[in-house]
Design a protein around this ligand. Sequence first.
Ligand code: ATP
Length: 231
Amino acid sequence: VKQNIKGKIEFSNVSFTYPDTGIKALKNLSFTVNPGEMVAIIGRTGSGKSTIANLILRMYDCTGGEVLVDGHPITSLNLEGYRSQIGVVPQDVFLFSDTIAHNIAFSADVLDMARVEQAARDAAVYSNIMELEKGFDTLIGERGITLSGGQKQRVSIARAIAKQPQILIFDDCLSAVDTRTEEEILNNLGRNMQGKTSIIIAHRISTIKNADKILVMDKGEIIEQGHHQYL
Ligand code: ATP
């Protein structure tokens, strides 16, 4: 049975060492994200931002402390059911050699075109798709056309939005879009993710100014935590 989650995420003194390299990526992290909040995570390369995402996705289990979801240990949740409620846009976008529609609808059992089109609008890629001769039926990848880096990112964002997840994670996926488009996407997100949890890993200040909370990472630690105005 699938347990529906609300999306509260709590890191309680979390430490994590990558098993293969022995790199201590997170040291004693504590923070809480409530449903309905947008949290931004910033910090330089290698500071541990993606590792936080990895632990929320339960790609790994923390080696110290505890990760809680809705107050329950993350390890107690049914993994498949839990992950089905998370939308992730990874740093390295992956698209399939398939139509744009199928790439966006990827996690759905049936192709719901209204939902796919709305997600494309929300990800600010709808007009780019409509400019193509075959629109949403355009093949991309090996057998089809090549999209620009920014277009790929936005198709990947549309995929995560189309999933209508309870928790949404953006891992530095707005790097190739201009700041105006970024703002449009983030505004749409605010609308779509009401009552849900968004985690935005970023490096541009413009990306994080509307976040409810900002975590500043350095060498595996949170060095500052607060609102944009106070940092
Ligand atoms: P970036 O902005 O470059 O993505 P980041 O802040 O997301 O950086 P992480 O990717 O979380 O940082 O990396 C934290 C540390 O863990 C780094 O020292 C990195 O080399 C290491 N690391 C990251 N992923 C892995 C992995 N899969 N296996 C082993 N070590 C890893």
